[in-house]
Design a protein around this ligand. Sequence first.
Ligand SMILES: [Mg+2]
Length: 180
Amino acid sequence: MYTLLIDMDSVICDLMTEWHSRYNRDYNDQLSVDKLKCWASEKYVKQECGDKIYDYLDEPGLFLQLEPLPHAIEVLKRLQQKYEILIVTSSRTYAYTEKEQWVEKHLPFIGKRNLIFTHRKDKVNGDLLFDDAPHNLIAFQSTGRTAIAMDYPYNRTVDVPRVANWLQFETYVHTYFRES
Ligand SMILES: [Mg+2]
């Protein structure tokens, strides 16, 4: 059975909407994910915010409030019937518990037992990675395996296959493993 490694933030769950809405509220701005042309969020916030944009990621309860991205849960349910699913996520110190709780709540059929916390996804055993972060996509691809990007403006400079949503990912996976 093939193993799919699936990222959490901005792939399964919508981190950016909640993160940006907290920043927009405090700094009276209109940041949204379509404005991020690269991974460095601090470049797109007001100067008085700067690196403090990352402090929001340490706010208790932030991760518990995230919504699943469209079709993520139903597609994961279907894929799990044919593939082993492992969720691979890097995490800030305070988010570990909340991410476990999120998976138990929204993805009980996967469960926290299949949740791997790591900053080195390229070292995890698995046949394919679905991620949005440029550094993860590049590192995983350099191991000779396939990394698929969830398409965002900030990862378009990375030369990997990309999909715009979960339904496209589902089709991609079925085609890819049928042909490989
Ligand atoms: Mg991510």
